[in-house]
Design a protein around this ligand. Sequence first.
Ligand code: DON
Length: 321
Amino acid sequence: LIGRALQNKLIIPDFPEFAATIQETFEEAKNNETGELADYIPQLARQDPNAWGVSICTIDGQRCSFGNTSDHFSFQSSSKAPAYALASTLMGSDFVHRHIGFEPSGQSFNALFLNNNNTPHNPMLNSGAIVTAALIKPELTAADRFDFIMSKFREAAGGEYIGFSNATFLSEKKTGFRNFAITYLLQDYNCFPPGADPVDTLELYFQICSLEVNCESASVMAATLANGGICPLTGKKVFESVAVRDTLSLMLSCGMYDFSGQFAFKVGMPAKSGVSGCVMLVVPNIMGIMMWSPLLDNFGNSCRGIQFCQDLVTHFNFHNY
Ligand code: DON
């Protein structure tokens, strides 16, 4: 980083000025007090409604953070992006997409229906993410698969914080009736690869949702996606570049629940939200951004997160189009 700075080759040349605008955008979004906490899991209902954090990591490792950026929170559905990148890296895109489609579903993330080929619509909603879990190291034991995923996510986060909330996992398991229904629907339509145990796979899906991150660590993961799969802090290749390209394409079209079309229209960048109130945003070839604020809009997206993303493209020309 210092070498690039001395050669004046930083991806954001005047980073302090950039960070000052980010801070203003952060402060403006902080005034937004609309939205509701997710209440279907007690651990999410107990989150601090005032929490708000934004962390940025560029592809050359410049960083800034504002607000509650070291607080731990549940990774939830933002995990669907790196989980898919991992499955695609391991199995190849053709194999993965024999089992999962490419299209937005136009329905809620936990809808009980498949596409016309009887596969999940895409890997960014529950049915697709459950099948994705089945494609990650199926030959390992449940314990080794969990360890493997943790270690890969940690690599993507440059060794920074990735934890696990057992309480969240137990609640997911206890109250996830719809996810059980989705899993049995998937089983009935032979959506799983041969040998996959549906309920073990669902447990792995719940475990992935119950991983914990903070804005800082997850911004490094987002930066790894912005950087073609190479972690900007360590230089280590975590995901195949084609898998990352596919992940970003599907985040753009399907990453923000039923708001994905509007988000692609207004913000024009790949993002993936989670019900804990996190939004992982990727500015391809420039930076990764992680936002977290637990108050959600009717679509299940963080109100402050959405406002921040929309304001961001008024200050910088990050919109892809
Ligand atoms: O499957 C569930 O109910 C959650 N654990 C997933 C949460 C989430 O963020 C919604 N996503 N697509």
